[in-house]
Design a protein around this ligand. Structure first.
Ligand code: ADP
Ligand code: MG
Length: 398
């Protein structure tokens, strides 16, 4: 077990040890193994949960088949079983209801974490309709309880455990910081400031002229990106557990906001960012810097559908500008458009260096298997299969 190699953090409680990801059995090179084009830096996967109690009670049929192949998902769109009633979508990997948190992490996320050590910035998005498992996939069930999140722990806790185990076993001198931002109604909020502190206004500004000088100074989450979020608190973490505590603090703040307002959590995006600086050559300087953004997006039902509906929804303030722009940015990248509209929303500005740039990006599209959600499921799968076409060369930013 790798925990014994972690020298700096507190001893991991025995129940938590179940959370610790096993050493990855998936090599970095498998990142692109299912991609048709060499050098593709975006991976799109689909995760379909089982039917929930409500769907079962409503006798809503299962219309999604995740068993046909590792990379295809089929949706039955009509009553009779004929080939014209089946729509099939291809992505890099399809996970059915039988797939647990460990398997998702090992297959999709562990190879991305390995890329951090070569200075690559990475972003993982959970995209999908509300109630399909975005938060479950990203944070896990009941992440506010350290003792019970073990088996159900999502990607963020597992990234933290793998990261600290890896840097310790490689013997690097390192610094890890994290930040946690929420974006609601195009307003940015720091989820890690104390309740009694006056809320600081977070402002985004471009600083593409600044360059990294290699000194062991505190990092900003946007190190190397050209976009800075002014006023954001950065938290040094020295172990996976200390990182989990930071995560829990932020999730609790979000919960408080959610209880005050209907639809709050389905309309907000959260970005948990872990920044890493490592002294890879023993020179006493942090030579390699990288970060991973773990993004739990607003519910995709907030995008709206046709243009006319979009216009009305926008006027009524019902549409999520950042989610809409993220879709447009991805489509512009796919179409190789000369203009990529990063600047049209705060989310895409914040993540500009991780979308379509020379970084690794992973989109986990979450869906429900039940016929009652078929419209949203088809829309999510259209988005996912379209996003899969982005191709860029990986870049190292040190
Ligand atoms: P979202 O964040 O997309 O709105 P949640 O992550 O809150 O959805 O998931 C809704 C419910 O479904 C939660 O109770 C969650 O635990 C459960 N759930 C989602 N996906 C899975 C899964 N793959 N396995 C088990 N339970 C799941
Ligand atoms: Mg959620």
């Amino acid at each position: 077990m790798r925990t014994s190699a972690v020298p700096r953090g507190p001893v991991v409680p025995s129940r938590m040890s179940k959370v610790i990801p096993r050493p990855s059995t998936v090599s970095s090179s498998s990142f692109t193994s299912n991609d048709s084009t060499e050098g593709s830096n975006i991976r799109v996967v689909v995760r379909c949960r089982g039917r929930n109690d409500r769907e079962v009670r409503a006798k809503s049929r299962v219309v999604v088949d995740t068993s046909i192949s590792k990379t295809d998902v089929a949706v039955r769109i009509g009553e009779d079983v004929s080939s014209t009633n089946i729509k099939t979508y291809s992505v890099d990997h399809v996970f059915g209801p039988e797939v647990d948190q460990v398997m998702v992490f090992e297959e999709v996320i562990a190879p991305i974490v390995d890329d951090l050590y070569s200075g690559m910035n990475c972003t993982v998005f959970a995209y999908g309709q509300t109630g399909t498992g975005k938060t479950y996939t990203m944070s896990g069930d009941d992440s506010t309880n350290l003792d019970t999140c073990a088996y159900e722990a999502g990607i963020i806790p597992r990234v933290l455990f793998k990261l600290f185990a890896d840097v310790a076993s490689r013997g690097y001198d390192y610094a890890v910081t994290c930040s946690f931002v929420e974006l609601y109604n195009e307003e940015l909020k720091d989820l890690l400031v104390d309740e009694d502190e006056a809320p600081k206004k977070l402002r985004l500004f471009d600083d593409s002229g600044s360059s990294f000088n290699g000194s062991k100074r505190p990092m900003t989450p946007s190190a190397g990106s050209g976009v800075t979020l002014n006023g954001l608190s950065e938290h040094n973490i020295t172990s996976a557990i200390s990182g989990l505590k930071v995560l829990q603090n932020g999730l609790r703040k979000r919960q408080v906001a959610a209880t005050k307002m209907n639809d709050y959590s389905s309309r907000s995006h959260t970005i948990f960012c872990i920044s890493l600086a490592i002294d890879t050559d023993g020179s006493g300087e942090f030579i390699t810097r990288s970060k991973i953004n773990l993004v739990d997006l607003a519910g995709s039902e907030n995008i709206g559908k046709s243009g006319a509906e979009n216009k009305r929804a926008r006027e009524a303030g019902m549409i999520n500008q950042s989610l809409l722009t993220l879709g447009r940015v991805i489509n512009s990248l796919v179409d190789k458009s000369p203009h990529i509209p990063y600047r049209e929303s705060k989310l895409t500005r914040l993540l500009q260096d991780s979308l379509g740039g020379r970084t690794k990006t992973c989109i986990i599209a979450t869906i429900s298997p039940a016929s009652v959600n078929i419209e949203e499921t088809l829309s999510t799968l259209e988005y996912a299969s379209r996003a899969k076409n982005i191709k860029n060369k990986p870049q190292v930013n040190n």
